[in-house]
Design a protein around this ligand. Structure first.
Ligand code: 5GP
Ligand code: ZN
Length: 114
């Protein structure tokens, strides 16, 4: 999609700090880090939200989450946990309408609350 900010990030038209990339997903640091290392995993295929995934895309994207989560965790020994979140629709606080999964590292005494 030409006017999608995450498609532009995937295509390199908008800069991002890349964490991981393969043929299915692109993972990069969130521009507004809820906690240090806050990463977004996005399917390269433009799908708006979880309701647009077919089984093959879901299997491919979600199969990659543990590996990327381990890489983020390994990047900082202070990470002691991780929330994995996926917002779908304005009512659920989705603000970018190219589906993405938040990897939110947790630290002792961090101030993040959901
Ligand atoms: P949502 O609210 O849709 O679940 O999450 C969207 C996320 O995308 C937000 O956490 C926001 O900070 C992040 N975001 C929005 N625009 C950009 C951008 O241009 N670059 C990066 N790296 N993250 C972005
Ligand atoms: Zn897109």
């Amino acid at each position: 999609m030409t006017d999608c900010i995450f498609c532009k990030i995937i295509n390199g038209e908008i800069p991002s700090y890349k964490i991981y990339e393969d043929d299915v997903v692109y993972a990069f640091l969130d521009i507004s880090q809820a906690t240090p290392g806050h990463t977004l995993v996005v399917p390269k295929k433009h799908v708006k939200d979880i309701f647009e995934y077919d089984e093959d895309l879901a299997a491919a994207v979600f199969a990659r989450i543990p590996k990327i989560a381990r890489a983020v965790k390994a990047s900082n020994s202070e990470i002691i946990g991780m929330n994995i979140l996926n917002n779908n629709g304005k009512a659920a606080y989705q603000s970018v309408f190219h589906s993405h999964i938040h990897l939110l590292p947790r630290y002792a005494d961090d101030k993040f609350s959901m």
